[in-house]
Design a protein around this ligand. Sequence first.
Ligand code: PLP
Length: 392
Amino acid sequence: MRLSDRVQQLSESATMAVTGRAKALQASGVDVISFGAGQPDFVTPRHIVLAAQKALDEGHTGYAVPPSGLAATKQAVCDKLRSRNNLEYDPSQIIITVGGKEALFLAFLAMLNEGDEVIVPAPYWVSFPEQISLAGGRAVVVNGEERHGFRITPGQLGDAITERTRAVVLNYPANPTGHSYSPAQLRELADVLAGRDIIVLADEMYDQLIYGEHEHVSWATLSEETYGKTLTLNAVSKTYAMTGWRLGYAAGPTDLIKAMAKLQSQSTNGTVNFCQHGLVAALNGDQECVEEMRLEYDQRRKIMYAGLCALDGVSCVEPAGAFYCFPNMSATYARLGVRTSVEFAEKLLEEGHVAVVPGLAFGNDLHVRLSYAVTEERIREGLSRLGKFIGA
Ligand code: PLP
């Protein structure tokens, strides 16, 4: 079969590859502790499920009209953004998408011409560079350093800008590191972009999963200028344990939203009608379920972070949000006889029966990602296996 150049340049999702190998081992009877998956281990809260079931019973089984989202869904998103993100949007500035992933993809397709550059801080979520190149753009990677808590500095951002820069992707709390930015650090980055024709894609998928003294400040709230040049992206996937429902959203300048809706109407035709009723229930309903899950993640975060820091030769930045730790394992590579994060992850899976995602997938080969969307008991057991494996 002759396939397009476009698809041949695309990498397979490394996160999915590790999960697949771990599942195969499990199927053969091996007890694998999987820290690989990037999704909650909870099921969707009951009131959300019931709302979608009711919509099905009531016959909401046709196309959602318009494809960009039902009026009630867009209104629920506006209300959420106002009450929890301090952001005022009109429903005409909202698009409902097939997960956060489609929102990002449509945005790149709508904004980029061949060769346009998008600044992507690393470690990055795996799909950013791939989606950018699929849309004809070029990802310009800026390395957030471990000693700076993986945050990019204003100097790094300024140095990466060229006359071809069209956008910057800012994901915080971040996947895979869990790092975030303080309001002052965000303002410093905004100062670098001030007066330039550059759009920020603010990926705030984990905005409600933030811990300790950290607070989440939405990029678009920083100033009138950032508001006008930001596409705020989110989803109910992580916050409400709804990854399989495929419900995301974006809010921003009307012309960009309209362009994304045009692309969507000719491709996926938008997200599932009755699922959108679940989104309304999630955003408008009781938020206690979110707090319960957040507290549980926080507890697990503390256990995993402390456990990793206690291992000889391992360093780890304390995650502020999301549900991942991104420890530096490179000091153990030589004694294990491995050279890369991929070799490390493979050996750990085969010999230690613990699944992690190699950092290479996120643009950093010294680290691996562990998800703590896993029970406390499994975290403790996994850490103990990891310790034995690296001889710490
Ligand atoms: N952005 C980030 C930073 C993510 O971690 C993910 C999912 O892992 C997504 C976007 C996509 O989310 P969704 O599952 O809603 O498509």
